[in-house]
Design a protein around this ligand. Structure first.
Ligand code: CA
Length: 224
């Protein structure tokens, strides 16, 4: 994993860097708050280890700015005991876990594992999906193509959400029926095809090749 270490104490930063490298990770160190935030904002890391008391910018502000910028990289606070208030503030602002210094490296590795496992579970239920020109927000149920909102019925949304959640995967009619209609048998109608037809009319616009591809005899998938 690419791990960003934001830590001003060289001794700790070096220790973390060496240990994480030995575990096969790719750590990058930022020694102050501003460069830490700038690097973290690039969103190019799998995990961030964040000290609280930092020159330039407080760890709490880094947390807050990241979450406000919708950077949801898993983040563990590494903090000295005396800044418990900061730890609590950090957790409220979206940190995933915290460890108080001094800590054991073994424990840090275990915490990293837990945070990563949790975050991969969350990622599978992302609030919004974006695939090619399509985007769907699960909270507002807003669906757009090229940024333009398209009104959908509940079933239409359920189908497109299913296809978007696994872009490129082929979905048989049976699988769509079971996911969207809760039916585990063939209803002997072409209801899926009818709905796919409706969806295409709404989302394809002027495209000659449909966004939803028919794989003859097998089912449908998003045409990316
Ligand atoms: Ca510090």
């Amino acid at each position: 994993m690419r791990i960003l270490i934001v830590e001003d104490e060289t001794r700790i930063a070096d220790f973390l860097q060496r240990g994480l490298r030995a575990e096969g990770h790719f750590p990058v160190v930022a020694n102050d708050g501003e460069s830490g935030l700038a690097l973290a904002l690039e969103g190019d890391f799998d995990l961030i280890l964040l000290d609280m008391m930092l020159p330039g910018l407080h760890g709490r502000e880094i947390c807050q700015q990241l979450r406000m910028s919708k950077i949801n990289t898993p983040l563990i606070i590494l903090s000295a005991m005396d800044s418990l208030d900061d730890v609590i503030a950090g957790l409220r602002m979206g940190a995933d876990d915290y460890m108080t210094k001094p800590f054991s490296f073994e424990e840090l590795l275990a915490r990293i594992e837990t945070v990563m496992r949790r975050s991969s579970e969350v990622a599978s239920e992302e609030q919004s999906l974006a695939v090619g020109s399509l985007s769907f927000d699960r909270d507002s149920l807003r669906f757009t193509v090229d940024g333009k909102e398209i009104k959908m019925t509940a079933k239409e949304l359920a189908i497109i959400e299913l296809l978007m959640s696994h872009p490129g995967t082929l979905f048989s009619r049976e699988r769509i029926l079971s996911n969207v209609w809760g039916m585990n048998m063939d209803p002997l109608t072409n209801v899926v095809d009818v709905y796919i037809g409706k969806l295409r009319k709404k989302i394809d616009g002027d495209r000659t090749d449909s966004i939803i591809e028919t794989v003859r005899g097998l089912g449908y998938r998003l045409n990316l």
